[in-house]
Design a protein. Structure first.
Length: 107
């Protein structure tokens, strides 16, 4: 095989690898950023949005913590993924602080 063909294949492979890596990285939450649809945290530190715990983190070392859907009267989400029913200062103390507040539902 001519050297220029080998070089072209190598360059194309590197470009594809960089593109795939950048695409995957864009979908990974930043450290401390809890995805709004997260239902569990995997052993490797990734988040799961599975509907049930069984199989939620297959391929990621298993489930480290399961949170499920927000409980009734939950007001916010803590940095560690747990939910809080408190509002204001100290709502997620011991859980890394508030990641985000949940929207109030219309009664």
């Amino acid at each position: 095989m001519p050297r220029w063909v080998t070089t072209t294949i190598l360059i194309a492979s590197c470009c594809l690898l960089l593109f795939v890596g950048a695409t995957l990285a864009a979908n990974i939450p930043k450290p401390g950023e809890v995805p709004h649809d997260a239902t569990g945290r995997c052993q490797d530190g990734s988040w799961s949005s599975a509907d049930q715990k069984k199989g939620a983190c297959s391929g990621h070392g298993g489930v480290q913590a399961w949170f499920g859907k927000p409980p009734k009267k939950a007001t916010g989400r803590c940095q560690d993924g747990t939910f809080t029913k408190s509002a204001g200062q100290g709502a997620c103390s011991g859980h890394g602080g508030v990641a985000y507040w949940l929207k109030k539902s219309a009664a």
